[in-house]
Design a binder for this molecule. Sequence first.
Ligand SMILES: Cc1cc2nc3c(=O)[nH]c(=O)nc-3n(C[C@H](O)[C@H](O)[C@H](O)COP(=O)(O)OP(=O)(O)OC[C@H]3O[C@@H](n4cnc5c(N)ncnc54)[C@H](O)[C@@H]3O)c2cc1C
Length: 428
Amino acid sequence: MDVKKKWDIIIVGAGPAGSAAGYILAKKGFDVLVLERGRQPGYKELFGGRVYAEPLREIYGNDLDKAPIHRWVKKEKLSFVDGNKLVSIEYQSDTSTSFTTYLPQLAKWMADKAGETGALLVEEITVDKILYKDGKVIGVGSGPDEVYANLVIDAEGVNRLLLEGLGLVDKLKPEQVAVGAKETIKLGEDKVNERFGLNKGEGMAWLLMGGITEYIPGGAFVYTNKDSVSIGLVLHLGHAVKDVKDHISQMVERLRLHPQLRNLWIDGDIMEYGGHLTPEAGPAMMPKKLALNGFLITGDAGGLLLNVGYTIRGVDFAAYTGYLAAKAAIEAHDKGGFTEQNLKTYERMLKESFTYKDLTRLTGMQDLYSDARMFSALPKLAVGTASNVFEIGLETPGIWKGFNKARKQAGLGLLSLAWKGYRLIKKM
Ligand SMILES: Cc1cc2nc3c(=O)[nH]c(=O)nc-3n(C[C@H](O)[C@H](O)[C@H](O)COP(=O)(O)OP(=O)(O)OC[C@H]3O[C@@H](n4cnc5c(N)ncnc54)[C@H](O)[C@@H]3O)c2cc1C
């Protein structure tokens, strides 16, 4: 790397946000340097397994069809778990708006796209400071090296230590993030199809809540890849630090061995294991500013991830906000330079886009996460009702009686249930 050279733009992090920004900016002709601490893009990242396609289509057009897409999600499933029993809602369609993939493969593909347009990716460099002088960001530092640029884009992901160093955010608080752990189990393509009832190329996204996370706010996921399944848990850290009794890896183990699930992957081989944080608090954890003189913040670093319980939109939000950061940088450049005033277009673009609108409209889930009873009472009610209705001895209880018995067992009054149901639907 030519550390003496002054770059037009330095991007910190070759995740979806950084690579999408690098792709657009290098395509426009800017001299772009992307610095990544991992051995390869994606090696330091972790996700569940599903990406919504439309935002990526807007960035890459038909090239997206050449991305490492494993399966198009045609089956969605949501399950409430209580002990060894579960109740599920399933949705099947012959159309699809999302696909499954391995993040290291997708991140590499996106970084390669940025490389094809001329961005230079340098791996195994950890940026440890953002250089700030005379009211302006002027470059980045890594150990004794300093590299200068007219604009720095921070796409460092959820930990955002660099933003902390700049005084733009406080230390992450447990209630702002969730912790996730995941295993990928190799099964073979035919077994994935047979066991999940899928045709070739079709995928499934399955979210589970309740006993599967020991009633701690969060959920479990199962995604089908081409010839493997990804299974894991996401736990709201504010609750997890108080209520998790043993290691999260033990909880993933219990998910893998759950009597209603284990046959789905019984003879598979675990090929990957990992853990990571993910932002949860939406706008409440956004930095004070997303644009400074010579500086923009994008993706998870900006808290720009949507988690509404039944789905998580991180990769597409990160890519799209990286894309908007790039568009704003181009506009700022055309207006005369990367001043805070010119770069503020980014905040406007975000506010006008689906990303910010969804984040402000739907992250009422945050309030729900503070109501841990939601994650025990609802699954107990759903599973209890089904169990009372379907497990018939002498008497046939009928649905209302079965429901009422389960409601009392779950300790829910009719009024409080109606109130919780109303809040849930409104917040979602
Ligand atoms: C358990 C779990 C499940 C998830 N499931 C899904 C899912 O199914 N679908 C979905 O869309 N999203 C999911 N997400 C969220 C998704 O992974 C993120 O939202 C997305 O990866 C964010 O992209 P990003 O580019 O902002 O950050 P990241 O993907 O975190 O990329 C940041 C990059 O910056 C690099 N970096 C960081 N600091 C430095 C530094 N100082 N110097 C140099 N490089 C640095 C990192 O190595 C990394 O490559 C999940 C997350 C978790 C934890």
